[in-house]
Design a binder for this molecule. Sequence first.
Ligand SMILES: C[C@@](CO)(OP(=O)(O)O)[C@H](O)COP(=O)(O)OP(=O)(O)OC[C@H]1O[C@@H](n2ccc(N)nc2=O)[C@H](O)[C@@H]1O
Ligand SMILES: Nc1ncnc2c1ncn2[C@@H]1O[C@H](COP(=O)(O)OP(=O)(O)O)[C@@H](O)[C@H]1O
Length: 288
Amino acid sequence: MNTISLNAYAKINLGLDVVRKREDNYHEVRMVMQTIRLYDKVIIEPIEKNEICIETNLSFLPTNENNLVYKAAELIKEKHNIKTGLSITLEKHIPVAAGLAGGSSDCAATLVGLNRLFKLNLSKQTLMEYGVTLGADVPYCIMRGTALSEGIGEILTPLPPVPDCYILIAKPSIHVSTKFVYENLKLNQLKKHPDIDGMVLAIHEKNLHKIAERMENVLETVTIPEYPVIGTLKDIMLNCNAINALMSGSGPTVFGLFEKKEDADRAYQQCREADPSNMVFLTTFFNK
Ligand SMILES: C[C@@](CO)(OP(=O)(O)O)[C@H](O)COP(=O)(O)OP(=O)(O)OC[C@H]1O[C@@H](n2ccc(N)nc2=O)[C@H](O)[C@@H]1O
Ligand SMILES: Nc1ncnc2c1ncn2[C@@H]1O[C@H](COP(=O)(O)OP(=O)(O)O)[C@@H](O)[C@H]1O
């Protein structure tokens, strides 16, 4: 059995609406998801001893059953009665707890990688069904590309690719918990909801400006008052001619879409200068 190496890509939410709170406290969402060319590496190697060993370059990340990669490996081993051990190396580049789904994407890559390694012949659909038990964004991270995500994140409709542009990603050095953000969302106080259907239409029309005009994320109503730096980063990008800028997922990462590289470069410098501990990346969309 050979070693398998996979790229686990980050996502941004071009639009994020919350429709209702379910009885199990999860929230039903309508989101437009987009994969970007920023990725972790997941390297999986079979070993003789029946255990799961995780190594990573980030010392603060758990390497035990709290790591989503561990959970994915454990699930596949249990469901398919696999006694082979696994050594998994996780090379993190995606900022952690950022709203970029880094952990979910590592988890998705592990499910896909183990399906290949052990020749399980599981369909994408089955892998997605396994995935949603580990995290709401895992099914999308298996699908990738541009997609409409509904339910809690498991009802996925693929969409045509969004027209190319430059994407600036800025992650301030604050920690925002996804659970905290959903729990503090005041759904009945929202003045308006994002036009997700309009964005889907604009994606079909391949109209970048129409897409950008509809970029909205209801979770900003929780995070921006609590963490003003999110608003500051958005303003920097907009002042540098971003077509639009938004917080991704539950934050705190902000992304901006740019037509001109010079504008994106200028915003890159300003986001760095605003606080040298901000993690800043210039990237593009990734479609398969
Ligand atoms: C907000 C989003 C937007 O894409 O992404 P991130 O900001 O995490 O990247 C997702 O909805 C996050 O998905 P994910 O991070 O996989 O969520 P999970 O681990 O399953 O859940 C973490 C916690 O968030 C809340 N949660 C999550 C998803 C959802 N649809 N409703 C919720 O209420 C629940 O309280 C749950 O305990
Ligand atoms: N492989 C992983 N990579 C990153 N975080 C992980 C991983 N496994 C578990 N976690 C835990 O999940 C939490 C959220 O991580 P992450 O997926 O990066 O957040 P987000 O979805 O908001 O971008 C972190 O606080 C971290 O401790």
